[in-house]
Design a protein around this ligand. Structure first.
Ligand SMILES: Cc1cc2nc3c(=O)[nH]c(=O)nc-3n(C[C@H](O)[C@H](O)[C@H](O)COP(=O)(O)OP(=O)(O)OC[C@H]3O[C@@H](n4cnc5c(N)ncnc54)[C@H](O)[C@@H]3O)c2cc1C
Length: 375
């Protein structure tokens, strides 16, 4: 029986594992979280997708793949490692009340009490609305959603949504009653407040902040798959440039599920899904275009604003460096426990430096884990 290994148990990985099981493969699904579901199904896989939890699939949670040596052998490897949030540094962004938008949502899902707390949500993209709607449902006072994109672009995007009535309805439902403003971005944070362009200083308990999503390309890059403009290069069957390795997900949930199924199925069952996947991809690209980062965001960091939180490196120490490599060598920027996962995408935007090369371990790990691999 052919074997398929899936790494990542979000919507894409779950759909891929299920599809591979449907074609008769022996499937193993690994994820680093204690439970399956990824970012969006953290609270549990919804009823409509419960079929993905096929009992024939061997599931191993709490397993973080940090190097190529650690990956069990399989005839086919499907990578579905998803995305993380992009943070852009501004004065005060490291204060304790400033959190990632998805991060705050995840903390509330895990039990952080939010009822009655004043929350300002800022950054960019549809995730801000989703987080606002979720926090409000949990009793938070969502004071403002400050979206950096210009009003004209949001208006244009909303007009185009008439072609996707289900999505328009979803956006209207999420945003109903929330104070959402375009052309608004964080200028600085102080204890207990945030100053937003065009809206002044706003007292708050939490700021939920996120400037879009960055694809987790470290593992595919480590395995030699081609990466282009921050995306894993795939063909229509979701094959990467390495013959037995597939990539799925890191888009909207609809697209991630379709890509997972296409990667997991055989060609005959995958092909009919291509048009829906391509439509979802075109929609995601329109989102990327509408919510692209404005140039003013490159000027938020002051010379003393920390850019690398792990190594306490201020922006003034890195901005005159030639590239990532010299920033690392001269300042230790990106050399701490997160290995540039946070400051890398920020500096790509601020200084135009492409991501640096990837080396194992891609996540901090215990020495004993590394020793285990050599035995
Ligand atoms: C913080 C955050 C919050 C989000 N919240 C929402 C939301 O509320 N609504 C919405 O529509 N979209 C949300 N999104 C977008 C969302 O990621 C996508 O819609 C969808 O979840 C993508 O599915 P996926 O399977 O590709 O990735 P994910 O859901 O991200 O799943 C990837 C999985 O792979 C695991 N993984 C990654 N690397 C490794 C490794 N090396 N070893 C083992 N496991 C690994 C991760 O832990 C994760 O469980 C959020 C994104 C982020 C980053």
């Amino acid at each position: 029986m052919p074997s398929t290994l899936v790494i990542g148990g979000g919507p894409a990985g779950l759909a891929a594992a299920w599809a591979a099981a449907q074609v008769g493969d022996q499937v193993t699904l690994l994820d680093d979280n204690p439970a399956l579901g990824g970012q969006i199904w953290r609270g549990g896989v919804p009823a409509a997708h419960q079929r993905f939890l096929d009992p024939s699939i061997t599931v191993r949670t709490g397993v973080q793949i940090h190097s190529a040596n650690q990956i069990p052998a399989a005839d086919r490897l499907i990578l579905a490692t998803g995305t993380r949030e992009r943070f852009l540094p501004f004065p005060g962004w490291t204060l304790p009340h400033i959190l990632g938008a998805g991060g705050l949502q995840a903390m509330v899902k895990s039990g952080l009490p939010i009822a009655g707390k004043r929350v300002v949500i800022t950054g960019t993209g549809p995730l801000l609305l989703a987080v606002g709607a979720y926090l409000r449902k949990r009793g938070a006072m969502v004071v403002l959603i400050a979206e950096q994109a210009p009003f004209s672009r949001i208006a244009q995007f909303t007009r185009e949504l008439w072609r996707e009535p289900a999505k328009l309805f979803q956006a209207a439902q999420l945003g109903w009653g929330l104070r959402y403003r375009a052309d608004a971005w964080p200028i600085r944070a102080d204890a207990g407040s945030i100053t937003i362009q065009g809206h002044g200083k706003i007292p708050c308990d939490y700021v939920a902040c996120g400037f879009g999503l960055v694809v987790n390309t470290e593992l595919p890059a480590l395995l030699g798959c081609a990466i282009d403009a921050g995306q894993v290069v795939t063909d229509s069957k979701q094959r990467t440039t390495i013959p037995h390795i597939y990539w799925a997900g890191a888009g909207s949930v609809d697209r991630s599920i379709l890509e997972g199924q296409i990667a997991g199925f055989d060609l005959e069952r995958a092909r009919p899904l291509y048009p829906a996947r391509d439509r979802a991809l075109r929609f995601d690209r329109r989102i990327d275009q509408a919510f692209r980062l404005r140039s003013e965001l490159s000027n938020l960091a002051a010379p003393d604003t920390i850019v690398c939180r792990c190594e306490d490196v201020p922006f003034g120490a890195v901005w005159q460096q030639r590239d990532w490599r010299s920033a690392k060598l001269q300042t230790r920027c990106g050399m701490g426990p997160c290995q540039g996962r946070i400051c890398g995408p920020a500096l790509e935007h601020l200084c135009g430096w492409p991501a640096s090369s990837v080396r194992p371990p891609i996540f901090p790990t215990r020495l004993e884990n590394l020793l285990d691999e050599r035995r």
